[in-house]
Design a protein around this ligand. Structure first.
Ligand code: ADP
Length: 188
C-alpha cells in the first residue's frame, strides 16, 4: 500500500528500496563506509562493485562520513543512478543529540540531491534497525525533517519516497505522516 500527499509529492510505501524506480536511493551507511548488514548490505549486493569502489575512494580521501552527513556515489547495477550514503546516529537514550543528527541525515541527503539535480529520491528508515532508534520517534523526526527542508529550500527533488521494509515500520510512518502534516494544516 502507498500513502501519498500531493504537496509535496511525498509517498510512503512498503518494500525493498533496492528496487525503487528513482534517480537516487539513500543508504543507511556506517561512518567507515564499509559494507554492513541491513539495508546497506542489500544496496551493496544489488549495486555491485562500482559502489564498493566509490566508497573506498571516499574513505581514502576523506576518512569516511561523519554521523549526520551524507556522501554520493554512482548506483552501479541499481536502477537508481546514484546512492546517497548517510550515517544515522546510534540510539543512546535520546540525550546525545540523536534527533538533530537524524534530522540532519535527511536534510543533508536532500541537499546533496538538489546539488546533483536529482528529481526523485527514496529513503529507508534510517537508524531504526541495527542502530536501535525507536521507530515512533524516528518516523516523526524523518517526516518533519523532510517537511522543513522543503519549506526552507527552493530547490528539492520533486518526488520524495520512503520505502519501508516491514509492515510495522510502514504503519508507524503512516501515523507520523498524519501527525506531522495535519499538525501543520491546523496550526497555520
Ligand atoms: P541502521 O544501522 O541505520 O539502523 P539498518 O539497515 O539496520 O540501518 O535498518 C534501517 C531500516 O532499513 C530498518 O527498518 C530495516 O528493516 C530496513 N531495511 C533493511 N533492508 C531493507 C531494504 N532492502 N529496503 C528497505 N529497507 C530495508
Amino acid at each position: 500500500m502507498t500513502t501519498q500527499t500531493s504537496e509535496p509529492d511525498l509517498s510512503l510505501t512498503q518494500g525493498d528500496i533496492t528496487k525503487a524506480q528513482v534517480d537516487a536511493i539513500v543508504n543507511a551507511a556506517n561512518s567507515e563506509l564499509i559494507g554492513g548488514g541491513g539495508v546497506d548490505g542489500a544496496i551493496r549486493r544489488a549495486g555491485g562493485d562500482e559502489i564498493e569502489q566509490a566508497c573506498g575512494e571516499i574513505r581514502r580521501r576523506e576518512g569516511g562520513c561523519p554521523t549526520g552527513k551524507a556522501v554520493i556515489t554512482p548506483g552501479g547495477n541499481l536502477h537508481a543512478k546514484y546512492v546517497i550514503h548517510t550515517v544515522g546516529p546510534v540510539w543512546e537514550g535520546g540525550n546525545s543529540g540523536e534527533p538533530e543528527l537524524l534530522a540532519s541525515c535527511y536534510q543533508e541527503s536532500l541537499r546533496l540531491a538538489a546539488d546533483n539535480s536529482i528529481q526523485s529520491i527514496a529513503f529507508p528508515s534510517i537508524s531504526t534497525g541495527i542502530y536501535g532508534y525507536p521507530i515512533e520517534k524516528a518516523a516523526v523526526v524523518a517526516l518533519t525533517a523532510v517537511k522543513d527542508f522543503i519549506k526552507e529550500n527552493n530547490v528539492a527533488p520533486k518526488k520524495i519516497q520512503f520505502v519501508l521494509f516491514d509492515e510495522a515500520t510502514h504503519k508507524h510512518y503512516m501515523d507520523a505522516l498524519s501527525a506531522v502534516f495535519l499538525k501543520s494544516e491546523t496550526t497555520h
